[in-house]
Structures are given as structure tokens and as C-alpha cells.
Design a binder for this molecule. Structure first.
Ligand SMILES: C=C(O[C@@H]1C=C(C(=O)O)C=C[C@H]1O)C(=O)O
Length: 277
């Protein structure tokens, strides 16, 4: 009873650390850009916006807002240290001079790959998250899915390219997570629904992530039967064509970077679990 719950908690703790490692890499990249442009390390306006977004998201997820605030304060503090600022940089600490990045910001390649390997070994395969994910209230799953899809498809949604889906119900099934969602286009908003899907795209969590990050294309995945379509053929085929034609370059860069990193981590974890090199 307790053991599977704790395995799930361990899996989420691993995922939190993996996300932290990804955030630190993006902070290092942002720091390098700011240095080149002569911008200061600290950006109070940006930090205020991060806290405001976090507060809104915490409210929607039903998370205590103080918990969200403290977590964000912790990672921002870490990012400032990573960029060479003292632990309490609010007191007007000077920006780091070009060429004097703190050693913490530039981990050696071997540190990095060691950390990655450690994280991947401990990273549970999707099948192990399934039990936990199924315990999450469906309304949470739906909100997370709606937010993710809205970000990913903001451009084609705005341009009316998804209008063929008005009122049509398209399912996304992830068998290794034991999850199945049905999305319906309601005006310009894609929302999750409890009604049955008319057509369903089915694929493993890793393959869907590889598709969303463009590390693999839809054609290859369908051809290799790693993605499958069931139900209404016409709707399914239109969805499939759309996947191929989506203007991926319009997807916000930050979303693409995160998807790319997530997909690479999931693929590497799958290989590690399968015992491949
Ligand atoms: C990473 C940056 O540097 C600092 C750290 C931030 C963060 O951790 O999100 C945000 C703003 C800056 O004070 C940045 O400017 O984006």
C-alpha cells in the first residue's frame, strides 16, 4: 500500500531534480547572453513576473501559494549564486564582470555527464509513473494538458488552422502512463472533455515527447507504428497531416528548449532502462 506510493514520490523527486538541472543550464545560457549584451545579472522586473506567474499557477493547481513562492525564491537565489552573486544579492551587489563567471556556472563536461547518468539511472520509466499519475485528480491532469497544448499550439490556434476541429473530439492515449485524454476545440480554446473521442492518436510518453520536440517526425513515428491512429479515419488523418504541417518554428523558443531537453532525457532514460548504450 505504502511502497508504491513512495516509489511514486521518489519518481517525482527525481523529476524535480531533473528539472532543476535543466533550469540551471538555461540560466547559464541566459547569463552568457546578458554578459555579451552588458546587462546586469539581476533583473528585478523579471523576478517579479516569475513570482506573479507562480502565484497564479499555484492558485489554479491548488498549491499553497507560500510553498510556490518559497520554491521560486530558492531557484532564483540559486540562479544568482550560479551567476557569481553573493547569497544576498538584493543589497546592490555589482554585476559580474565579463569573463569572470563563477566556477559553479561552468561545470566541466565530466561533472555534467556524471550527474546526467546518475539522474537517468534513478529516473523511473513511464510505466512506473503510471500508478501515481492515475491517482492525480483528472481535473489537474486536464488543466496541465490544456495549458501545455495551448502553449504548443498558440500560433495555429490563433491563425484558425485548427478550425476543422471545432466541436470534434480528438483523443490522446499514452498507454505506458495508462492515460487517455480527449480534447475538443471550443471557439479558440482547446479543452479537455469527458465525452468519448471520435479519433485517437496513441503513442508512448517518450515517443509523444520526441514528436512534440521535433526530434522525430510524425511520418517516421506513424510508419514505425510507434504512433497509431484509431477511430474516425478522416479526422485522424487531418490531425496527422496537421502534426506534419505545424509551424514548429513558431513555438516559443523556451518551450522548444524544454521539450527538447525533456525528450532527450526521456529517450536516454528509455535506452538506459533497456540496457542500450
Ligand atoms: C536567469 C536570470 O538571472 C536572474 C535570475 C532569474 C531566475 O532565476 O529566473 C531571473 C532574473 C535574474 O534576476 C535571468 O535574467 O533570466
Amino acid at each position: 500500500m505504502l511502497a508504491p506510493l513512495r516509489r511514486g514520490i521518489d519518481g517525482l523527486d527525481d523529476a524535480l531534480l531533473l528539472l532543476l538541472a535543466g533550469r540551471r543550464q538555461l540560466v547559464a545560457a541566459a547569463a552568457a547572453v546578458k554578459q555579451r549584451q552588458g546587462l546586469p545579472v539581476r533583473d528585478a522586473g523579471r523576478e517579479a513576473r516569475i513570482f506573479a506567474r507562480g502565484k497564479g499557477l499555484a492558485r489554479r493547481l491548488g498549491l499553497p501559494s507560500e510553498l510556490a513562492r518559497r520554491q521560486l525564491a530558492l531557484v532564483i537565489d540559486d540562479a544568482c549564486r550560479q551567476q557569481g552573486l553573493a547569497p544576498d544579492p538584493g543589497q546592490g551587489a555589482p554585476p559580474v564582470a565579463p569573463g569572470s563567471l563563477s566556477p559553479a556556472m561552468t561545470p566541466s563536461a565530466s561533472d555534467h555527464s556524471l550527474l546526467t547518468r546518475r539522474l537517468l539511472r534513478g529516473f523511473p520509466p513511464p510505466a512506473r509513473w503510471a500508478a501515481l499519475l492515475r491517482r492525480l485528480p483528472p481535473s489537474w491532469q486536464a488543466r496541465v494538458l490544456e495549458a501545455a497544448v495551448a502553449r504548443l499550439l498558440a500560433q495555429p490556434l490563433g491563425a484558425g488552422q485548427l478550425d476543422f476541429m471545432q466541436g470534434r473530439r480528438l483523443g490522446i492515449e499514452v498507454p505506458d502512463l495508462g492515460l487517455c485524454w480527449v480534447l475538443v476545440l471550443d471557439g479558440s480554446r482547446l479543452r479537455a472533455t469527458d465525452a468519448p473521442a471520435e479519433a485517437t492518436v496513441r503513442g508512448s510518453a517518450t515517443d509523444l515527447l520526441l514528436l512534440a520536440s521535433r526530434l522525430e517526425d510524425a511520418d517516421t513515428l506513424f510508419f514505425q507504428r510507434r504512433l497509431e491512429l484509431t477511430g474516425d479515419t478522416e479526422l485522424g488523418l487531418t490531425a496527422r497531416n496537421l502534426l506534419d504541417r505545424l509551424p514548429w518554428e513558431e513555438v516559443p523558443l523556451a518551450v522548444r528548449i524544454l521539450l527538447n531537453r525533456g525528450a532527450r532525457a526521456a529517450r536516454a532514460a528509455r535506452r538506459a532502462h533497456r540496457g542500450e548504450a
